[in-house]
Design a protein around this ligand. Structure first.
Ligand code: ADP
Ligand code: MG
Length: 364
């Protein structure tokens, strides 16, 4: 397609799909002002939303510096998604200090003492292109680099565990059955090659090369390699003590940070991620909660989504993004904001939001 045709196509999408933020904010004047190489790069960034009109963001960065390099196009989209007005400077601060907040879900209701809790941060190495632009060789190279960091974690008695690879021929390669069972256990990521949004962006390219997961011996600290970002570093626990889980992530992240090349950051947007929705803290903290009354027994998420939105929370099905609720009303709730909020604020929002949703649930 010629560039003029792409511009026309994006204009059509913005009319038919007002939720597509790339199309909504596509700046044709800015685009035309760029040289050929920059135009090509920007079209690659916007390809997912151009070929998938129903995208909600519609763009993925290809290189760590894309957000700063193409700010005239990307900044308005980022602000729209994260709810930051044009006249307010974006400021990403960090706070991992758990001593000031007490976030024990059991204090809301004894029935919330054993929910499944997960918190993940997205991180990318500054020394590689982002996953959408990596070659097969770079994917495999990055996995080898990451697994040498995991070797150190495995030697550490606080972590132990193993690295499980799905790269064909890797010394750590696991069987198809084990992969499926780890996906079913909510530990490992799904087959990305089936995802049209990630496909067009190149993020699922060369699947399954360069992909794998570190898991600690207690299975409460995990690291995904080669999903939507180079690394998704997470803690998962069942219980109610959000702070304990958060602290587990903080410590593991600190150790990994010392073993790996510097993570990509932007002076404006904090941690750099493939998807603009994850910029900033790069953190998604979620609970798997059973809310049968608010979901009509798991059959209808629309009302819960509205209530959750008012509380700054997003709702996903129990199998992750784009999945349905469980029949017992099991859903995934997490604070939507990641940029301009600190890590501790995200945890606090999750706690407060869970308390508010639970009050609505038991009142029915
Ligand atoms: P993310 O994009 O934050 O990595 P996804 O929605 O892609 O999250 O989900 C990844 C996996 O994590 C899925 O298997 C999902 O069911 C699981 N998951 C998310 N939150 C929780 C939780 N609180 N407890 C258990 N599993 C969870
Ligand atoms: Mg995801």
């Amino acid at each position: 397609m010629k560039n003029q045709d792409v511009i026309a196509r994006i204009a059509e999408i913005s009319k038919a799909n007002p939720g597509n933020l790339m199309a909504r904010h596509f700046n044709a004047d800015y685009f035309t002002s760029l040289n050929d190489a920059d135009q090509q790069q920007l079209l690659k960034i916007c390809a997912s939303g151009t070929q998938n009109p129903d995208s909600s963001m519609g763009a993925y960065a290809m290189n760590p510096n894309d957000y700063d390099r193409f700010a005239p196009q990307l900044d308005p989209m980022i602000r729209d998604f994260h709810g930051i007005n044009a006249d307010i400077p974006i400021k990403q601060e960090h706070d991992w200090d758990t001593s000031r907040n007490i976030c024990d879900l059991g204090a809301i209701d004894a029935r919330l003492k054993d929910v499944s809790m997960r918190v993940r941060v997205a991180r990318n190495a500054s020394t590689f292109p982002l996953p959408g632009a990596m070659s097969k060789q770079q994917r495999v190279e990055f996995e080898i680099l990451a697994s040498s960091a995991f070797d150190e974690l495995i030697k550490n008695p606080e972590y132990g565990g193993q690295y499980l690879s799905i790269t064909p021929g890797s010394p750590n390669e696991i069987s198809a059955d084990e992969y499926a069972s780890r996906v079913g256990a909510h530990q490992m990521f799904k087959d990305m090659s089936a995802d049209p949004y990630l496909n067009v962006a190149g993020i699922s390219g060369d699947w399954p090369y360069g992909r794998g997961m570190y898991v600690s011996k207690d299975e409460d600290f995990l690291v995904w390699v080669g999903e939507e970002d180079h690394l998704r570093i997470m803690a998962m626990q069942s219980g109610g003590n959000l702070n304990a889980m958060f602290a587990r992530l903080a410590t593991g992240l600190e150790i990994l940070g010392q073993l790996l090349p510097p993570f990509a950051t932007s002076p404006t947007y904090g941690n750099v991620t493939s998807c603009p929705t994850n910029l900033g803290a790069g953190m998604r903290a979620s609970l798997h909660m059973k809310l049968p009354n608010l979901t009509s027994g798991g059959t209808d998420l629309s009302q819960l989504k509205q209530e959750a939105k008012n509380l700054g929370l997003a709702v996903r099905g129990a199998g992750g993004e784009h999945s349905d609720a469980g029949s017992d009303g099991l859903v995934d709730i997490s604070p939507s904001a990641r940029l301009g909020v600190t890590e501790m604020q995200i945890m606090q929002r999750l706690y407060d939001g869970a308390a508010a949703l639970w009050a609505l649930e038991i009142e029915r």
